[in-house]
Design a protein around this ligand. Structure first.
Ligand SMILES: [Zn+2]
Length: 160
């Protein structure tokens, strides 16, 4: 008779929220020293309740999602403040999300268009039911009072 070989098992269980599909509690933690480097002014501005995009120093291109170099001509850009109000270019409601959004899932992601900027900014729409979101709806940026220096420090609410 072959010797019975088994891996050592532990006694703790697994927290399952759903079996089909399997949704389970999964602890994950790591400390990580991160630099925003040349993107730092964007996050500093968020902590002061401002949005920064960028504008090309050579051609008329402007970027609501800031870029260090122009997507059109490749030259350097400079920081430019974005107005706090814009309009929803498009949106989607997410029924599954990452850890940062668990408490507000389902949540609505929006791409916001701003006067004077050629590209869009991705953010969250807060304060209305997802079926009330509309393309062209005027929205206003709001900022966390206690900045985390993360892109999620800014979110949008309907302007009216
Ligand atoms: Zn350019």
């Amino acid at each position: 008779m072959p010797k019975k070989i088994k891996v050592r098992e532990t006694e703790e269980g697994t927290t399952l929220y759903s079996i089909d599909p399997i949704i389970m509690l999964w602890h994950y933690e790591v400390n990580y020293v991160h630099s925003y480097a040349q993107d730092s002014p964007f996050f500093t501005a968020l902590s002061k309740g401002k949005l920064l995009g960028s504008a090309c120093t050579h051609c008329p291109a402007t970027f609501a999602t800031p870029r260090g170099h122009c997507m059109n001509c490749g030259k350097k850009t400079q920081w430019r403040e974005i107005p706090a109000e814009g309009v929803i270019h498009t949106f989607t409601t997410c029924y599954f999300g990452g850890e940062a959004f668990l408490e507000e899932t389902p949540y609505t992601l929006i791409l916001v268009a701003f006067k004077g900027f050629d590209t869009l900014l991705l953010s969250r729409l807060i304060g209305i039911e997802e079926e009330q979101a509309r393309i062209g709806m005027a929205v206003r940026a709001q900022f966390l009072r206690n900045s985390k220096f993360l892109a999620t420090d800014v979110y949008f609410v309907p302007s009216v």
